[in-house]
Design a protein around this ligand. Structure first.
Ligand SMILES: N[C@@H](CS(=O)O)C(=O)O
Ligand SMILES: [Fe+2]
Length: 234
C-alpha cells in the first residue's frame, strides 16, 4: 500500500485550497517521512517535532477524531502509512496506559486538551532499558497543553495518565506500532499485547478489534483482561 491510500478519506477528498490544519499536518508528515535519514530511518526528528509543535499549539480540528470510552483511553486513527501512524488519544482521569515500550520506534505526543503526566521506568539492575527483572520509576513530568513530548526505548519505558478530568493528545509513531511489551512493575513480568484502534478515520466500524491495551470487546461492553502470558490474539 502507498502512504496516500491509507490516509483518511476526508483528508484525501478535500481540495488543495481548502486544507484544514490537520490535513496540512498529514500532508507535511507524508513529505517529511519520505526522506531517508543518515541514521537509517525515514523523517528528520527535529523537523517532525517542529510540525507537531506548530499543530498542537494552534489548532483544534483534531476534535472530529475524538471518541471517548468510559473504561479505557482510546486510540483513534487519523492517518497511517508504511512509515508513520498518527492518532488522537482520548484520556479520562483514571485511564492510564500500562508501563510499555515503543518497539524501537520514535513516539511524539502532543497534548491538545487538559494536562498529561508521563512517568519513565527503567530496569533496577541497569538503570536503563537494557536490563531484566524489576523496574523502577526514574522520572515523572507533566506534558502541558500545547506542548509535545518525545520518547524512544533508549530514553525509557513509560506510562501516561491524565491529570485533568479529560485530556486529549495527538500521538505520532514512526514506524507504526502494532504490538508492544507491557511491564509489570511488581513482578518484572513482560506481557506482549496487540494494539488496536477505537476508531479509524472517524469511524467505529473497527470497534470489534482491540480498543487499546487491556480490553477485549464483547457485544455490548468491554471486559477487563489480566493477561499474564504473551498474548497475540486479535
Ligand atoms: N503508546 C501508547 C499511548 S502512551 O501511553 O504513549 C499507545 O499507543 O497506546
Ligand atoms: Fe506510549
Amino acid at each position: 500500500m502507498t502512504q496516500e491510500n491509507q490516509t483518511s478519506p476526508d483528508i484525501r477528498q478535500n481540495g488543495a485550497n481548502t486544507k484544514t490544519p490537520l490535513e496540512e499536518l498529514v500532508e507535511n508528515l507524508h513529505k517529511e517521512f519520505s526522506i531517508m535519514q543518515e541514521e537509517g530511518y525515514y523523517g528528520n526528528t527535529e523537523a517532525i517535532t517542529d510540525l507537531m509543535n506548530e499543530y498542537v499549539a494552534n489548532n483544534d480540528d483534531y476534535k472530529d477524531y475524538c471518541f471517548s470510552c468510559p473504561y479505557k483511553y482510546t486510540r483513534n486513527l487519523i492517518a497511517k502509512s508504511d512509515v508513520f501512524e498518527l492518532m488522537v488519544i482520548c484520556w479520562k482521569k483514571g485511564q492510564p496506559s500500562p508501563i510499555h515500550n515503543h518497539e524501537e520506534q520514535r513516539c511524539w505526543m502532543g497534548c491538545v486538551k487538559g494536562r498529561l503526566q508521563e512517568t519513565y521506568y527503567v530496569f533496577q539492575d541497569t538503570k536503563d532499558t537494557h536490563g531484566t527483572g524489576l523496574l523502577e520509576e526514574s522520572h515523572c513530568h507533566p506534558i502541558e497543553n500545547g506542548s509535545v513530548g518525545y520518547i524512544t526505548d533508549e530514553i525509557a519505558f513509560h506510562k501516561i495518565e491524565s491529570l485533568t478530568e479529560d485530556s486529549t493528545s495527538i500521538h505520532l509513531y514512526s514506524r507504526p506500532i502494532t504490538e508492544c511489551n507491557i511491564y509489570c512493575p511488581m513482578t518484572g513480568a513482560i506481557t506482549r499485547r496487540k494494539l488496536g484502534y477505537f476508531t479509524q478515520y472517524k469511524s467505529k466500524e473497527s470497534i470489534n478489534v482491540h480498543t487499546s491495551f487491556d480490553y477485549v470487546p464483547t457485544t455490548n461492553s468491554y471486559i477487563s483482561t489480566n493477561t499474564t502470558a504473551i498474548s497475540t490474539t486479535q
